[in-house]
Design a protein around this ligand. Structure first.
Ligand code: C5P
Length: 231
């Protein structure tokens, strides 16, 4: 049987993690596990059930009521396909609010480990993408990549995505949104996004000036250097 392994990809908002994880999964015939979907999914569930996301104990009460299923490119929350909805600005904003709650993180880390290990043990290359993957969820991953880009580049990328749904978004508003969420992700007490990724042993890749293709090529090179894949 093929030997499976884990690639952990962390980094700030709109650094291209999602796109790169999906494309890598296609190139390597592996699977990608988008962990942000759980935080967004919980925020969506709270929005739909009028739960105050600032009230930690109410949010924690919702954990036992939600299930996630990843199926090819689709994400199901309690058997409803929420793939598109998760990308809307409201669950996106709520995700970093529910993500500061330690009990939420413990629960999701457990779910993510089960899903990732299941795939790895089945012989798959698993690309797990989030904020705390290389530090908490899979600290022993075969490659721990920290993908980043300048704030300006990231704001431009996110603006293009939001504008498809709502033309009132401006560059300044997206920049403010990015700064606010990155700060929350980096400053939370439990499992923050690394502010010093090199020191923590990540391989850091700044893709501000790189195309998707170039980013994929760079990651493939890293995997070959580590003898994880061969020509
Ligand atoms: O990656 P994405 O932007 O979809 O993640 C949404 C939010 O979920 C992040 O801003 C972060 O607050 C939270 N998150 C997290 N840990 C992860 C993945 C996402 O805290 N592993």
């Amino acid at each position: 049987m093929k030997k499976g392994f884990i690639i952990a990809i962390d980094g700030p908002l709109a650094s291209g993690k999602g796109t790169i994880a999906k494309r890598l999964a296609a190139v390597l015939q592996g699977v990608d596990l988008y962990t942000g979907a759980m935080y967004r999914g919980l925020a969506l569930f709270c929005l739909e059930h009028s739960i105050d996301m600032e009230n930690a104990s109410s949010v924690i009460d919702q954990l036992s009521k939600i299930t996630f299923k990843y199926q090819k490119d689709k994400i199901f929350l309690n058997d409803t396909d929420v793939t598109q909805k998760l990308q809307e600005p409201e669950p996106a904003a709520g995700s970093s609010v529910v993500g500061v709650i330690p009990e939420v993180r413990q629960d999701f880390v457990k779910r993510q480990r089960i899903l990732g290990l299941e795939q790895m043990e089945a012989g798959n290359i698993v690309i797990v993408e989030g904020r705390d993957i290389g530090t908490v969820v899979f600290p022993d991953a075969a490659l721990r990549l920290y993908l980043t880009a300048s704030e300006e580049v990231r704001a431009k990328r996110r603006l293009a995505q939001y504008k498809e749904q709502d033309s009132s978004w401006t560059f300044e508003k997206v920049l403010e949104d990015i700064r606010e969420r990155d700060t929350r992700d980096k400053e939370r007490k439990t499992d923050p996004l690394a502010s010093n990724p090199e020191k923590l042993g990540y391989t850091v890749l700044d893709n501000s000036e790189m195309s998707e293709e170039q980013t994929i090529d760079a990651v493939i090179r890293m995997l070959k250097e580590r003898n994880l894949i061969h020509d």
